[in-house]
Design a protein around this ligand. Structure first.
Ligand SMILES: [Zn+2]
Ligand SMILES: [Zn+2]
Ligand SMILES: [Zn+2]
Length: 361
């Protein structure tokens, strides 16, 4: 028996990065909410003026990589026209004293996810999604191999204007940077500490807990049952090799993480069979989100073990995953000023709603 409490007000510490916490407060009206109705979206198949639509290849920088081939592509990678990082032309630095800078050197590429202009992730075929993640994998490997100064290759996607997508045609981005992004670095650092203490991967521990743990919490004074917790309540979707979990301390109300069930630190080592199951779990998870929050606008971030000498010993402690972060509310001044994210729906309730969606396949 599970009973999800209607009212929660507690600060939850992120078990992976204990310096991060979230205030779960289900009291209504704490923040300005966006309308619940389905966000309007450009669902057209092809748009004549769109540089990412098939037939308009001459409107983008040249193809860097394409699947299956550049003439009749399903997936196409091009240079970003407005890169946030660029080539390594020497430039004068203005930093002095305590200010430290690293040259904004790196690579910034755009992945045109699908030829169809307005398609959502859950509308893509399983096979296409597996091909897409395999294309990321290949390109990441090429970037790491091309330049040892690149410490991290981040794959991410902005979908919908609320998530910062400036071009409506479905696309994702790959940014290779000379530093490991702070949140990945924090995960790597804290999971290594956890591993040193408990000789276990913290992500694996969370998966085990999600799959098996059940507990009853008693009132210390009266002995009455206060709450029955079934940690399985965080599982959103489960495949043969992957699991989608609603994190207990999520920053975003509808945030879901997809992880391999077996320990694996490096996304680049995922096999074709892994990616096939991953694609299925991802597609079903996105379909659930789409149903519950009405046309999800979201970001996803692929977190994998950084390459480079200093992370060589982190294979046993780090566990790759995809973080899906739907954008359903606007951060309040309190959140921006305190760094404490506020969730007005409890993660347990959110997972329950996502699980309740009936899917066709
Ligand atoms: Zn288009
Ligand atoms: Zn693990
Ligand atoms: Zn992560």
């Amino acid at each position: 028996m599970t009973d999800t409490p209607d009212f929660v007000r507690e600060i939850r510490i992120n078990p992976i990065d204990p310096t991060e916490s979230v205030l779960v407060s289900t009291a209504r009206g704490m923040r300005p909410r966006k309308a619940e109705e389905r966000a309007p979206r450009d669902e057209r198949e092809r748009v004549e003026t769109c540089p990412f639509c098939r037939g308009n290849e001459d409107k983008t920088p040249p193809t860097i990589k394409a699947y299956p081939d550049a003439r009749d592509w399903d997936i196409r990678i091009v240079e970003n026209l407005f890169p946030v990082l660029g080539d390594d032309r020497p430039q004068g630095s203005l930093a002095f004293g305590l200010q430290q800078v690293i040259d904004g050197y790196g690579r910034h590429e755009v992945v045109i996810d699908h030829p169809s202009h307005g398609i959502s992730l859950h509308q893509m075929s399983r096979e296409h999604l597996a091909n897409l993640f395999q294309t990321y994998q290949e390109r990441m490997a090429e970037m790491y191999a091309a330049d040892p100064r690149l410490k991290y290759v981040l794959v991410f996607k902005n979908f919908g204007p609320a998530a910062g997508a400036s071009i409506p045609h479905t696309h994702s981005q790959i940014i290779a940077t000379p530093v490991v992004p702070e949140n990945v670095q924090n995960e790597v650092f804290h999971s290594r500490n956890y591993h040193r203490k408990f000789n276990q991967c913290v992500f694996c521990s969370l998966i085990d807990e999600a799959l098996t743990y059940e507990a009853t919490i008693y009132d210390r004074h009266s002995g009455a049952v206060r709450r029955r917790v079934n940690v399985g309540q965080y599982v959103v979707e489960r495949g043969e090799r992957f699991i989608a979990i609603k994190p207990f301390a999520s920053r975003y109300e509808w945030e879901v993480h997809v992880l391999p069930l077996q320990h694996a630190a490096d996304f680049l080592r995922a096999t074709r069979e892994d990616l096939a199951d991953f694609a299925r779990v991802l597609r079903r998870t996105m379909a659930r989100l789409d149903q519950v929050i009405g046309g999800a606008q979201y970001n996803f971030f692929l977190h994998s073990l950084p390459h480079g000498e200093e992370h060589k010993d982190c294979g046993p402690s780090y566990h790759w995953h995809l973080e899906i972060c739907p954008r359903t509310s606007i951060p309040t001044g309190f959140e921006l000023g305190s760094g404490l994210f506020v969730s007005t729906i409890s993660p347990e309730r959110a997972a329950e709603q996502l699980r309740a969606v009936a899917l066709e396949d």
